[in-house]
Design a protein around this ligand. Structure first.
Ligand code: TEU
Length: 561
């Protein structure tokens, strides 16, 4: 049974913790994490106070893309354990009041899935039409669409002479959602997990499922405009939602690649006919100059504020968004937008506060709650992610980028930055495994680990614990509207949230120099209190009009009307 609750929108006051099982905790000496490892850390997660765990895929998979290439949706990958282990996790999490959210990857399957194995090389296979096949054009690929991991998005089936579409790796074949049988299979898969008592679903790249059916070449880009937020995507989501999500009361979060606010208002519309909420990534492209990820670049601070403003004001009253900095595809935020040396603790807390005081549901990615950093790999052999190794080959071997430049780019941008093993303590391999970890642990684990965070009352861990609790205590965090107070300020990100009964002001210094700003004149400061900060606020009982912020300082002020 999924956990029940009188409040069917419990997730509006919740915080969700993302687990990348391969790197979370190894219960044996394999060097890869597993479900028993997760079970052994449930008390830790309970202490943090999170309401739900999102597990990235744990299904049967050849692991070409670490589980985002599913070979059997109904089996647990033996590397992670058994179905009995999963059932134990579900029930032990529920005993602690923690819900479980599964990752559903249905834009594509692994090419090792039985459907694809039957379809490959056989135009008569009953599963041929589960995938997208096209004849060659001018002896080559059917169009110029690019794979998200580099290269053309079509691969040849030699036996039939046709190509299949793969928007990601060639081992991840896109499903043909035009085929109603595919949609029925998707409903069956999700119902299977909902029947087990899973509480919700994170839907991988779900806005890419409906492709424009002429499969035209894109003379302006890589093809994404022909399949992103495609023609039938809302119909398909409504169909799945009605058949499964609404029936089971599942919470759902859609991962939306290169989407728009208008589409996200529909995906997450408050009547619940599609999904509960959406992830978008626009705020995480502020260090992609001209949209280019594979360059080493500083981030654009003013643009970051504009993007948050656009989404916070645009979703308020219309939809619901996920709040996040980190996941298994993104570098560690403290290395990316903060300062992972002198001000690691201050900047980790400041960055957390900046998103946790917004409207939406915050997601915390494993290790973020102890301020884990990018590992600073220097050798190509340290990387495992296929996107990183593909991009190295394309950029160094084909485009002439130097090895040193590429290593600097990977150290900033690689997805492996977030996939390093969770740092539990200062024992060998950070206590993640007694064996050889599949990806090296960051060298700083002696200082940065969960054990020392738990022993230090001012740690990043307890700060996250407080942020999670505040969302449940202070109503305006969930309901208030949003106003950017200093859109042009070169160092401060400050915004106001306002409801009928409360006003909250969140001030954040994004840099390592002291700066100041003035609070809006109309705020009744005699009724204002500091409710959170990352420096001692003892000396400032009264909230003053002029605010002097220290390096990476954050302050949250609450006013009762
Ligand atoms: O990611 C979708 C996606 O497009 C990315 O964030 C991707 O990693 C990035 O564009 C690369 O630059 C999801 C999963 O989160 C990711 O781990 C999978 O690799 C991908 O889908 C394919 O299933």
């Amino acid at each position: 049974m999924a956990m029940t609750n009188n409040d069917n929108q419990w997730w509006k006051k919740a915080a969700i913790y993302q687990i990348y099982p391969k790197s979370f905790c190894d219960s044996g000496g394999k060097g890869t994490g597993d479900i028993q490892g997760i079970i052994s850390k449930l008390d830790y997660l309970d202490k943090l106070g999170v309401d739900a765990l999102w597990l990235t895929p744990i299904y049967e998979s050849p692991m070409v893309d670490n589980g985002y290439d599913i070979a059997d949706y109904y089996q647990v990958n033996p590397d992670f354990g058994t179905m009995a282990d999963f059932d134990e996790l579900l029930s032990k999490a529920h005993q602690r009041g923690i819900r479980i959210i599964m990752d559903i990857v249905v834009n594509h399957t692994s090419t090792e899935h039985v459907w694809f194995q039957s379809a490959l090389g056989d135009k008569q296979s009953p599963y041929r039409d589960y995938y997208i096949w096209k004849d060659p054009v001018n002896g080559g690929a059917p169009n110029n669409w690019q794979s998200k991991f580099g290269g053309n998005a079509w691969a040849l089936d030699e036996k039939t002479g046709q190509y299949y579409l793969h928007l990601f790796a060639k081992e991840q074949a896109d499903l043909n959602w035009e085929n109603p049988k595919v949609r029925d299979e998707v409903k069956k898969v999700i119902s299977f997990w909902a029947e087990k008592g899973v509480d919700g679903f994170r839907l991988d790249v779900i806005n890419l499922i409906s492709k424009q059916q002429d499969f035209a070449s894109d003379d302006m880009g890589d093809g994404r405009r022909f399949y992103t937020d495609g023609p039938k995507v809302h119909d398909y989501l409504q169909e799945i939602s009605e058949a499964v999500f609404q029936k089971y009361g599942s919470v759902t979060v859609g991962e939306m690649s290169s989407t728009t606010l208008e589409h996200c208002q529909q995906y997450s519309s408050l009547d619940g006919r599609e999904l509960s909420m959406v992830f978008n990534f626009h705020h995480l492209k502020v260090d992609y100059p001209n949209g280019e990820k594979w360059t080493k670049a500083p981030f654009d601070f003013l643009q970051l504020k504009q993007i948050f403003n656009h989404w916070q004001t645009g979703l308020n009253g219309k939809g619901w968004g996920a709040l996040f900095w980190c996941n298994h595809d993104q570098p560690r935020v403290v290395s990316r937008l903060g300062n992972d040396q002198q001000y690691r603790v201050e900047s980790a807390k400041m960055l957390a506060t900046s998103v946790h005081m917004m409207q939406g549901t915050p997601y915390i990615y494993q290790g973020e709650e102890i301020g884990m950093t990018n590992p600073g790999y220097t050798e190509l052999s340290q990387y495992r992610d296929l996107e990183s190794t593909n991009m190295y080959r394309i950029m160094v071997d084909e485009q002439g980028v130097t090895h040193d430049d590429m290593m600097a780019i990977l150290a900033q941008k690689s997805r492996d930055n977030s996939r390093t093993p969770m740092q539990w303590d200062d024992q060998a391999h950070a206590g993640f495994t007694t064996g050889e970890p599949w990806l090296s642990v960051a060298d700083n684990y002696h200082d940065i680990n969960a054990k020392s965070a738990l022993a230090e009352p001012h740690s990043v861990f307890y700060f996250y614990q407080r942020l999670i609790a505040l969302r449940k205590e202070v109503e305006v965090i969930t309901t208030g509207d949003y106003l950017d107070l200093y859109p042009q300020h070169s160092a401060i990100f400050g915004y106001q949230r306002r409801s009928e009964t409360q006003t909250l002001v969140c001030l954040n210094n994004y840099y390592d120099q002291p700066v100041s700003c003035e609070l809006p004149n109309q705020l009744p400061l005699d009724q204002a209190d500091y409710i959170l900060g990352n420096y001692s606020l003892d000396e400032m009982k009264a909230v003053e009009h002029q605010q002097n912020l220290r390096p990476y300082e954050t302050r949250v002020i609450l006013i009762h009307h």
